[in-house]
Design a protein around this ligand. Structure first.
Ligand code: ADP
Ligand code: MG
Length: 324
């Protein structure tokens, strides 16, 4: 099968929101009046971001999900995406699975594939997403203010737990491994929550490299610091991980490290004025997403971890860095 047949068979579909999709030299997008385009790219490389034998359907989902997560962090509504694909060979089973997972999420989020590039090479998937957001309303990293509450959506740490288990073959109870693996392979981009937080959140970021590192981006961009209550944060990892801790499969410290510095979570971390507490709860309900208040923004720079008694903890957590 040639390049163009491959594109036509697995990726070309009619578009309804884009003016022009796959087939010409450029796709054409028409943002609605008063909207700004939000644009972001993410690349996934075999051996670096996923295992060679990962289920292609899950990979299709994840490749788009990590991009949609960036739109979510900006409060943007997904519109369209492009797909640049390097494939070692034409494997129809793989392509069928990959496109199925990709389009299932694309359809669920109203995000259309409008173009891309296809080449032979080591398996690499690069997606660029385009979203729209009312002018001036994008959530940025730079708006956090002293006194704001710090929130995080969903649960944290399971993806990294799965990665450790898959790498070391560390014995996890089946139920926990299945849940953690689902979180690693099929993350849920918090698009509805991001949109619902427009005009409420003062700053937002998506958690891809670990909570503390990504929250650190907000602190730096906003010129503030924060204190985080570890006695609340520890509960952000799924309940059956807590049960596994009770059964001494991990220490409290290990579990806390998964939560604070695990990575690959694709949850949102955001800040909002204390007076907006109810509006945050409403946004959470409206988007059917759990949000947890984990701390507070302070004027003094730096990230301070404290326990339930208010005692400061010394420990440092490194977030993920490809070149560190
Ligand atoms: P060009 O040579 O002008 O870059 P190509 O011949 O590479 O265009 O691609 C033909 C059409 O197919 C273009 O509209 C391009 O956007 C689209 N396309 C190529 N690869 C993909 C892909 N993996 N997914 C979606 N669209 C693709
Ligand atoms: Mg061309």
């Amino acid at each position: 099968m040639g390049e163009f047949e491959l594109i036509a068979r697995y990726f070309q579909r009619p578009t309804s929101r884009a003016v022009l999709g796959i087939g010409d030299d450029c796709a054409l997008l028409q943002p609605a009046v008063g909207m700004q385009l939000a644009v972001s790219s993410d690349m996934l490389v075999e051996g670096r971001h996923f295992f060679a034998d990962v289920d292609p359907c899950a990979l299709g989902h994840k490749a788009l999900a990590v991009n949609l997560s960036d739109l979510a962090a900006c409060g943007a509504q997904p519109l369209a995406f492009t797909l640049a694909l390097a494939l070692p060979r034409v494997d129809e089973n793989w392509l069928a699975g990959f496109s199925r997972g990709l389009f299932a999420l694309a359809d669920a989020q109203g995000c259309e594939l409008v173009g891309g590039d296809t080449t032979q090479g080591p398996l690499t998937i690069c997606i660029t997403v385009f979203g729209e957001v009312p002018r001036g309303q994008a959530l940025l990293r730079s708006g956090a203010q002293a006194g704001d509450d710090v929130y995080v959506s969903g649960t944290l740490g399971e993806a990294r737990l799965a990665l450790d288990a898959l790498r070391d073959h560390a014995p996890l109870p089946d139920e926990l491994l299945a849940l953690a693996r689902h979180r690693l392979e099929q993350p849920t981009p918090r698009v509805a929550l991001g949109m619902a937080l427009r005009g409420i959140a003062t700053a937002a970021v998506d958690v891809s490299d670990g909570l503390l590192g990504d929250l650190g981006h907000i602190l730096k961009a906003s010129g503030v610091g924060a204190r985080i209550d570890t006695s609340i944060a520890i509960n952000l990892i799924a309940l059956n991980a807590q049960i596994a801790r009770a059964e001494r499969l991990f220490s409290y410290e290990k579990l806390l490290a998964y939560v604070l510095a695990g990575g690959d979570d694709y949850e949102l971390a955001f800040t909002a004025p204390a007076a907006q507490w109810q509006a945050v709860q409403q946004a959470a309900q409206q988007s059917q997403t759990v949000v947890t208040r984990i701390g507070q923004i302070e004027a003094a720079p730096g990230l301070r971890l404290h326990n339930a008694q208010g005692q400061l903890l010394e420990k440092r957590y490194a977030s993920f860095d490809h070149f560190a």
